[in-house]
Design a protein around this ligand. Structure first.
Ligand SMILES: [Zn+2]
Length: 456
């Protein structure tokens, strides 16, 4: 048991890997979890998610959620199933987005009787989680007995995303969650942290830089026009959350600015359609430029040619729509969802194009495509990829290596140690070395399951 001045962090998962964010902070008789996410990889949901948690869920006081991506929230129903009865705290949009995301995952898992997932991902467990949930605004302080204070700063990663700041014994500990690739077309920039004592930070792109941000819109426009001239189908595998809304926003500006001609554009994802409605609802969290366009009367998620295909029949009918056309569908890493049906149809055709705009985890079909692997298997069928493969890294939702370093630089004077998590080992190690060399800060890369004491 820690003494009053020290806190213990256990890196339960999300160390040495990008997904599965789940950290335990304990001390002075209190236990807090930060995130409770799914481990993802080759399978949308890795089997090891269903191992028992390393802690007793019933003893946790509060679960804080950084943002509503499934690799940060996906094991909440399991936490409930293992007896969690504390509070869950997040920003307002995060709670609402989580409810949609968990319901969607429950639907995916409802037939998984083998692993007993139908018993974990139940409607009752999700409802129970929602009933335990409290929300706070960015900057609002939540005081918890035994001397803890919590608040969120805008991480600029997805709608509602927050960095969790914890003050204990006049020391500041910050869990970054995922850090946004600011400036985003829609969201506000990541807020600065200038006075942290300890940082627990993500490192997804720790070893790589994205291309110039000013180039991304031009590149997207070029991919769309090239496909238009070729009279092909352009597939864009999208993450339903944030990437979809950003791309819709960008295409909206292109169509209404007369930069691209009208053509059929499908948002073929029931989940993305639901989440887009939530973005509309929470426009107040958008950045000033986006708000200016909205206040001028433009619906930024609607334009000529755009069709939302919620029903399966409408989705299937896309195949019969003449080219040129654009299909946006999930999942973003092509490890499930409607996009794989489209990929099966169009990847073997040299006139068609697949545009990858997000992180592709090792083991996913998306990773094979981006690595230019020619022979792939989709829905049990072997096929040869002849379609054009284009990547625009500027739309990534994560800060790149240089921007992660800039982020830490703001607090380099005060930070005692930077714990580097949520990255593949190479990315974490590269970032660690850069932080040491460039900023002279102390860093540490914990392993999954490792416990560390921090002095407060
Ligand atoms: Zn995320």
């Amino acid at each position: 048991m820690a003494n009053d001045k020290n806190l213990k962090i256990t890196f339960c998962s999300g160390a040495g890997t990008v997904t599965g964010s789940n950290f335990l902070l304990e001390g002075n008789g209190k236990k807090f979890l930060i995130d409770c996410g799914l481990v993802q990889g080759e399978k949308f949901i890795d089997d090891l998610n269903w191992n028992k948690f390393s802690y007793d869920a019933s003893t946790i006081d509060i679960l804080f959620i950084s943002h509503a991506h499934i690799d940060h929230i996906g094991r909440i129903p399991k936490l409930i199933a293992e007896g969690f009865n504390g509070k869950i705290v997040s920003t307002i949009p995060t709670k609402e987005i989580t409810e949609v995301m968990l319901a969607d995952t429950a639907h995916l898992l409802s037939k998984d009787i083998e692993n007993g997932l139908d018993k974990i991902y139940t409607k009752e467990n999700i409802e129970k989680a929602m009933s335990l949930w409290e929300t706070i605004e960015y900057g609002q302080k939540l005081n918890v007995d035994h001397g803890f204070q919590f608040s969120y700063k805008d991480a600029g990663h997805i709608l509602g995303s927050g960095m969790l700041e914890i003050i204990y014994n006049d020391k500041k500990i910050v869990f970054t969650g995922d850090l946004g690739n600011s400036p985003s077309p829609i969201l506000k920039d990541t807020e600065n942290i200038t006075d942290a004592d300890y940082l627990i930070m993500e490192s997804c792109y720790g070893d790589r830089n994205h291309e110039e941000r000013s180039e991304r819109t031009k590149k997207l426009e070029k991919v769309i026009m090239d496909n238009y001239k070729r009279e092909g189908t352009l597939m864009i595998p999208v993450f339903s959350l944030e990437r979809t809304q950003e791309i819709l926003y960008e295409i909206n500006n292109m169509v209404e600015g007369g930069k691209i001609p009208k053509m059929p554009i499908f948002l073929d994802s029931p989940l993305a359609i639901k989440l887009t409605a939530l973005y509309r609802k929470y426009e107040k969290y958008f950045n000033p430029q986006a708000l200016k366009i909205i206040n001028s009367g433009d619906d930024v998620f609607s334009f000529l040619g755009l069709k939302f295909t919620e029903d399966t029949e409408d989705s299937k009918a896309i195949l019969r729509v003449p080219n040129p056309k654009i299909i946006m569908a999930g999942s973003g890493m092509s490890n499930g969802g409607r996009i794989i049906h489209h990929e099966k149809n169009y990847l073997p055709n040299k006139n068609d194009t697949i545009l990858l705009i997000g992180y592709q985890a090792i083991g996913t079909l998306g990773r094979l495509i981006v690595d230019k692997v020619k022979k792939v298997k989709i829905l049990g069928e072997d096929l040869v990829v002849k379609a054009n493969v284009v990547e625009i890294s500027g739309y990534s939702g994560h800060k790149d290596s240089d921007n992660l370093i800039n982020f830490v630089e703001n607090t380099a004077k005060t930070v005692r140690k930077v714990f580097i998590v949520m990255g593949e080992p190479r990315a974490s190690m590269f970032l660690s070395q850069k932080l040491r060399d460039n900023l002279n800060v102390d860093t540490y890369i914990p392993e999954t399951g490792e416990e560390v004491m921090i002095e407060c």
